[in-house]
Design a protein around this ligand. Structure first.
Ligand code: ADP
Ligand code: MG
Ligand code: ZN
Length: 614
């Protein structure tokens, strides 16, 4: 069988560990330092800020993955200030843009924005100013729709470019480019035109959330050239994670949890529907908490009022849909509770991330029930689920909606498997989703799974791994990981039945394994690149799905004697069939070190303590 290469060529260079970008001998270093202090009032740089600024000012295309609150804005605002010409910033929401402009003007940095709902004369005036040789603006913010629709803007950018005054193009919230992201925005996909038209202007793409496939999508769609990637650990060591089975007594449980751990402290409870928000808030009030609700069908003044009360600690608990959270910067949120299942791991990570910005210990508790999964799935298919303000734009037209639904379902399934996993470190699971390796020993029992595990056994899972790889091949490398797992466990649902003839040998081969074990091994195969998750785009219907392909080069080692040994909690029984082989075969490439929780080559050069999120 022919080797199937990765469809998307990796077109980027890792920048995070590169000493060159840390140098303080760039011609602009002194100017940066001075302006960072004087204009922005910062005493120093946060992790990766200096590196990103040096790379973009050297003229490279740069992709930045930095957690929310990490300080992404400075990485383009400071260069904008010290470079000649204008920086164009694409940002998804007018409200975010207005907020940024307000801050810039307060710091005496001239900035403007163009949006479709502005008076035409006002837009004209800004465009005219851009045309002037002494243009006063250092930054121009636009929405992606503006780039797509306004020829007048493109003409002005052309003229700036020709006069060598288009200093930099910034794509904020760059994950919106990708359908794999949780905030897909069709107009972001058209932004590739900028690199085509202005090839010599460096592009800086910024996001707080990107899985490997999102990242590749973004790099490709924007046409970034030899792009340098900066990322840092997304681990939030002060957040304590747990997933708790949701029962009928869920609200009593929540009351008890808050009372015992965070009484009178500030928190957010994320609810699925508007009605849930109101019900949960009412119940908590009955229990004696200062709670209020927040959702999309309240009028803006009412919403602003509730948010303000919460910010000023007049109420502690806000029961909200995901509409609540964008741009919220309250440092002392002590808990984030999910009253029902989040839509994706990215969403979960972001929502939890609103807790503990001040670095103090905070709790993230998710109440999970399978019936919530069905409910969320249904609401997604009906389009009746409330979205974050960013996502709302995603449902632009019918051709997109089918594709978005599929992506949503896949994202939701991953969230389900996160909740059902009662073995692996919650941090490791979240970070693996973002392509980050994490040594779960560093969790130090700050998640429910690490806490309950007392001892480990090492187990040779090579046979399971081989069977899973074979199964991927037998099914023609067309299917998602969830499908492969279903077949392996012997599931008999309609879809699986239909394909049974091809896979009869391995159908149900993993039946005897302990719960979660097969998915753990499959997960490992993907993380270690034996299997590659690929985006399948169906041109006729425009649908996408994630499918597993075999990386023949890696897999050859596996069938040539390499052993895979993983750690399991000692309660998991060894497989009934076959002898466990724990000694690595002679000459194999790896040793017992291959254990998933003990990966000793972290991709992330930044240690968690470097992550200043205050
Ligand atoms: P992001 O876009 O990554 O979510 P922002 O750019 O909005 O984050 O920055 C978050 C906060 O951090 C802002 O209040 C900003 O002023 C502050 N900040 C950014 N860089 C620094 C720094 N080097 N020192 C101190 N505060 C900083
Ligand atoms: Mg930002
Ligand atoms: Zn853990």
């Amino acid at each position: 069988e022919a080797y199937i290469p990765k469809i998307i060529d990796v077109n980027y260079i890792e920048g995070s560990g590169d000493e060159r970008w840390r140098s303080q001998n760039f011609p602009w270093t002194k100017k940066l330092e001075a302006n960072n202090k004087k204009v922005f009032g910062n005493h120093s740089f946060r992790p990766n800020q200096r590196e990103v600024i040096n790379a973009t000012m050297s003229g490279c295309d740069v992709f930045v993955l930095m957690p929310t609150g990490g300080g992404k804005s400075l990485t383009y605002q400071l260069p904008a200030l010290v470079c000649p010409g204008i920086t164009l910033v694409i940002s998804p929401l007018v409200s975010l843009i207005q907020d940024q402009i307000m801050h810039l003007l307060q710091a005496n940095i001239p900035a403007a924005y163009l949006s479709a709902n502005m008076e035409w004369t006002e837009q004209q005036e800004i465009l005219r100013e851009l045309n002037s040789d002494y243009c006063k603006y250092k930054l121009l913010y636009v929405t992606p729709e503006k780039v797509a629709k306004s020829d007048a803007l493109l003409r002005q950018l052309d003229s700036l470019y020709v006069r060598e005054l288009l200093a930099r193009i910034v794509i904020d919230e760059a994950h919106c480019v990708s359908q794999w992201g949780h905030d897909f925005r069709p107009d972001y996909q058209g932004l590739g035109i900028l690199k085509q038209k202005f090839p010599n202007t460096p592009v800086l793409a910024l996001t707080a959330t990107a899985t490997a496939s999102v990242k590749e999508d973004v790099v490709q769609a924007l046409g970034l050239v030899n792009c340098i990637i900066f990322r840092q650990s997304f681990n939030r060591s002060n957040l304590w994670y747990s997933v708790i089975p949701k029962t009928k007594k869920c609200l009593e449980d929540i009351d008890k949890f808050i009372r015992e751990n965070h009484f009178d402290e500030c928190g957010i409870i994320y609810c699925l529907s508007r009605m849930d928000c109101e019900k949960v808030a009412e119940k908590l009030q009955e229990y004696g908490h200062k709670a209020a609700f927040y959702h999309g069908s309240m009028d803006p003044a009412q919403r602003a009022f509730v948010q303000k009360q919460w910010s000023k600690d007049e109420i502690n608990i806000i029961c909200a849909t995901v509409a609540f959270g964008m741009g919220i910067n309250k440092p002392d949120v002590r808990f984030v509770i999910h009253h029902s299942l989040p839509k994706s791991i990215e969403g979960y990570h972001q929502e939890c991330g609103r807790a503990g910005r001040d670095g103090q210990r905070s709790s993230c508790v998710l109440y999970y029930s399978y019936s919530d999964y069905i409910r969320v799935k249904h609401m997604l298919s009906q389009g009746s689920i409330e979205q974050s303000p960013l996502t709302g734009y995603g449902r632009a037209n019918m051709t997109n909606s089918g594709r978005i639904l599929e992506t949503n379902t896949e994202n939701l399934l991953r969230m389900v498997s996160f909740c059902e996993n009662d073995v692996d470190c919650r941090r490791l699971l979240q970070l693996a989703h973002f392509g980050e390796k994490f040594d779960s020993a560093t969790c130090k029992k700050t998640c429910d799974n690490c806490l309950k595990i007392k001892s480990f056994i090492e187990k040779d899972v090579t046979e399971t791994a081989k069977q899973l790889v074979e199964l991927v091949k037998l099914t023609g490398q067309h299917f998602s990981s969830s499908h492969i797992l279903e077949v392996y466990r012997g599931s008999l649902n309609q879809f699986v039945k239909k394909h049974r003839h091809e896979t009869v040998r391995l159908h149900g081969a993993g039946k005897h394994l302990a719960k979660g074990e097969a998915s753990r091994v499959l997960h490992y195969l993907v993380v270690e690149d034996f299997l590659v998750e690929d985006v399948k785009k169906n041109d006729i219907y425009g649908s996408v799905s994630s499918i597993l392909k075999v990386n023949e080069a890696k897999v050859r080692n596996l069938f040539g004697g390499q052993r895979i040994i993983l750690r399991f909690p000692s309660s998991v029984k060894a497989p009934k069939q076959g002898k466990p082989e724990v000694t690595p075969a002679k000459g194999s490439l790896t040793s017992g070190k291959l254990c998933l929780p003990q990966i000793d080559t972290p991709v992330q050069p930044q240690r968690e303590k470097d992550l200043d999120l205050s």
